[in-house]
Design a binder for this molecule. Sequence first.
Ligand SMILES: *Cc1c(COP(=O)(O)O)cnc(C)c1O
Length: 457
Amino acid sequence: MDQIKVFLNEDEMPRQWYNIAADFPHAMPPPLAPNGKPLTPDMLAPVFPMNLIEQEVSTQRWIDIPDEVLQILWQWRPSPLCRATRLEKALGTPAKIFYKNEGVSAPGSHKPNTAVPQAYYNKVFGIKRLSTETGAGQWGSSLAMACQMFGLECKVYMVKISFDQKPFRKIMMQTWGAQCIASPSNETNAGRDILAKDPDCPGSLAIAISEAIEDCVTHKDTRYALGSVLNHVLLHQTIIGLEAKKQFDKIGLYPDVVIGCAGGGSNFAGLSFPFMADKIAGTKNPRIIAVEPAACPKMTRGIFTYDSGDVAMMTPLLPMYSLGHTYVPAPIHAGGLRYHGMAPLVSHAMREGLMEAVAIPQLECYRAAMLFSQTEGFIPAPETSHAIAMTIREANRAKEEGKEKVIVMNWSGHGIMDLSGYQAYLDGKLTDYHLPDSEILKAGECLKDLPKPPPLQ
Ligand SMILES: *Cc1c(COP(=O)(O)O)cnc(C)c1O
């Protein structure tokens, strides 16, 4: 019988995170202050605790995971690496398909991998309260749980379209003791400004981030927590790929293709960076593919530029692939992928030629999610369905080429709280959004006066 599921013993578990910034062939452009001047760590101090800022700017290759954090992560880690044999059979592919199931955490996604350490580092730094934004609600609920575990208060600004589509996520956050409100809200200047212009604004992550940062800088003992994009977030997620490498070692395989969906880039980076390290070292050469929604195609149709992480331009300027911070993506169900920019570390990996990006429209993703659910059982989050759709494309290619490839995808989360999207799909109400070039050009206008990063050197 084929081995279906690979576990690790406690003594095999990763106890350090992997920092790819130590290994890139070329230097990354530095982040800039909102005014375009060089950014210094102390400028971030009103927003993040210094222990996390140190990780944000670190170029040390391995960073120890604190025992207090491991103790919580080990409740559900290692996440299973499973072989999707029934999916393989349904596709008639010679490829071996594996998925790393991050849906087994309590909130149901990879997000607690960073929510737990972020809450921990804030706690030991003496912070009492965290503010944040959330798209589909996976991040808000993960941070709510982590804050509860470390005795911190938590306030979540949830993108309005998701707040309306996914009421159960809000209830999860409240169950874990957090406060959750729809964004744009009347509670911040940033929110009030948007509502004055557009009372029916569906919201975006860039708007919700502005609100959460404003909340943070106007409340004492409060810091802000971000669920993706930043270096320290991607660092924390590398536990996924470090486990996966050991799991593959145990069964004597190595993936030819590594796939992850990409919103801000954290789950994709979490699985892929430890494999990318082998690619940089020249010991292995897997294809590494990030999958974005066709409705928010920052890597495939955006530009590499300095851009702000939020609409009110309160964050530093980050060197990244972006559609522009004013871009409000179509209301696709994969709320976690509706972000205008891509993590600087992932953007840099793209420039280094270490990876590829592909954009896939919503309907193909739902078809893939249906096939996955009907073969493997687990119902994926709409975000995850993008990775599944790409995996199916690659498995079909392997069939055409008659090649026995090993494919691994990050199964970033379950979709049990996202069933209204499935309902819309089953009722035939879902559509693909065709994004004309003119809209991308219009969104990009906000980038005109921002500084441009230097060429790779
Ligand atoms: C948040 C989320 C994503 C997208 O965020 P990344 O930072 O790109 O990983 C993908 N899948 C799930 C299930 C999520 O909750």
